[in-house]
Design a protein around this ligand. Structure first.
Ligand code: PFF
Length: 460
């Protein structure tokens, strides 16, 4: 197929376009807001000492993640293909080399790995939705909730059941294509999730650990900061914003030419960050008031929020709704994890959407067993960073996403000619463009390299 290399005649997308700017914002927000904000951010912050970690996280979100999100959208819209083909195409146009496709390949592998564990964790939230509906948390104290969670993850059959259901739903939705209903769902879901968290905040405050919780989350203790916690903060920023693997790039391919990339990115990044911080503000007071360990790990939210739910009137309904919404937030993220692969199978291998979704989803489902078993049968099998789950999580968040993001900054900032990038970002937004370019060329790539070197101890 002949490709147009003339920037004056932008390529058309192969799978249609978003119906409006709002639809695109909602899709990117749906990708960003997910388990990463409510399940992962609090427990990783807890494991890494709180305040100083949160500060570094915020610096990474706005100094590295935001410019990369803008870069991904602009590359996606310019290429108008799946991330692999887009990078090959733009690489050829801008640098005469298709090797840049590698960025898309790494990203796709990363999406496979992330979704393989993401689906298992989303299964936990479905299980907790049922527990909440059955009023299981009534009268439970922190110890009982700890046992409840321990009992769930000890059972590979239950985990497999929920993981299978969640992957099945994801495959079904992806197979049906970019769906109107989903846009509407995000529009209702994200505000509803925020509303419930604000209500939970009221009950979390009433436990009495509020000051301590805020102190933990926002007072930086730089002595607690190590090279690996700085890396964890950067990895969490990439994970939470869905950047570094081409998910946002794949969505950018369907963005109409006249829409503002800058406004979309700023809105999504701000909302994503606000929700993560809110989750932390709700959870840590409960942790301290109940003498729980902030470094508890992946079970943290499941062992804390039910304590607030039991206190509030209508807790059964609110709890059920909360875990349902959280699973939904996970679903909109899961879809974006699968979209790059599916787009690639369709465009490059002439597969139908349904077959592509089934093939990709089936493979990811099988890969998910490594995570299922990490919490029970294979819990004692530890290497490198810990269990299989620990290793997949570390490899994707802390290494693959930042490495992918680094390559994206190099391409968008150095390889791509400034006329092309200025052309895609709002031409009228002169100073914002200048700021983006400085961040993309210098600040972001240098920061990623320094954080890597620091984590392996090269900087002392
Ligand atoms: N950002 C999602 C979350 O916070 O739950 C997870 C995610 C989605 C990561 C898509 C990466 C991605 F490409």
């Amino acid at each position: 197929m002949a490709e147009s290399a003339d920037p004056a005649t932008p390529r058309a997308s192969l799978h249609g376009q978003w119906s409006s700017r709002l639809a695109f914002v909602l899709a990117v927000a749906g990708s960003a807001v997910g388990l990463g904000n409510i399940w992962k951010f609090p427990y990783v912050a807890g494991q890494n000492g709180g305040g100083a970690f949160v500060l570094i996280y915020l610096l990474c979100v706005f100094g590295i993640g935001l410019p990369i999100m803008m870069a991904e959208i602009l590359l996606g819209r310019r290429g108008r293909r799946n991330p692999i083909t887009t990078m090959a195409l733009l690489g050829r146009e801008e640098a005469g080399s298709q090797r840049w496709a590698l960025v898309g390949v790494i990203g796709m592998a990363c999406g496979f790995l992330i979704l393989s564990f993401y689906s298992v964790i989303a299964g936990w939230t479905l299980h907790y939705m049922v527990l909440a509906a059955q009023d299981t948390f009534a009268g439970a104290d922190a110890a009982a909730l700890g046992e409840l969670f321990g009992g769930l993850v000890a059972n590979p059959w239950i985990l497999t059941g929920w993981h299978t259901l969640f992957m099945g739903i994801t495959i079904f939705v992806v197979a049906r294509g970019v769906e109107k209903g989903l846009e509407r769902a995000v529009r209702i879901m994200v505000p509803a999730l925020i509303a419930i968290m604000l209500a939970l905040l009221g009950y979390s405050i009433s436990f009495g650990g509020f000051a301590e919780g805020l102190d933990f989350l926002f007072r930086p203790d730089f002595d607690a900061l190590t090279g690996s916690s700085v890396l964890a903060a950067m990895g969490q920023a990439f994970f939470s914003l869905s950047v570094g693997m081409g998910a946002v790039m794949a969505y950018g391919a369907y963005l109409p030419q006249e829409e503002s990339i800058i406004k979309t990115s700023v809105a999504v990044v701000s909302a994503d960050t606000a929700i993560a911080l809110l989750a932390g503000i709700v959870i840590f007071p409960i942790v301290f008031a109940n003498n729980l360990d902030p470094a508890e790990g992946p079970g943290l939210v499941f062992q804390t929020l039910p304590l607030a739910l039991t206190k509030m009137p209508g807790g059964v309904f609110v709890g059920t709704a909360f875990f349902l919404l959280l699973a939904f937030a996970g679903l909109t993220s899961a879809i974006s994890l699968m979209e790059p692969v599916v787009a690639w199978l369709m465009e490059g291998h002439a597969m139908r959407r349904g077959a592509a979704a089934l093939l990709a989803g089936g493979t990811i489902w099988a890969l998910g067993f490594l995570t299922v078993l990490s919490f029970n049968v294979l819990a004692d099998l530890r290497f490198l960073r810990g269990t299989f789950f620990d290793n997949i999580d570390y490899l994707t968040s802390n290494i693959m996403l930042p490495a992918g993001g680094f390559l994206i900054t190099i391409f968008a900032g150095w390889v791509m000619c400034s006329n092309s990038s200025a052309d895609e970002l709002d031409p009228e937004a002169g100073t914002v463009y200048g700021l983006w370019r400085v961040l993309t060329r210098y600040a972001a790539p240098v920061a990623v390299v320094l954080v890597f070197l620091n984590a392996i101890g090269v900087l002392g």
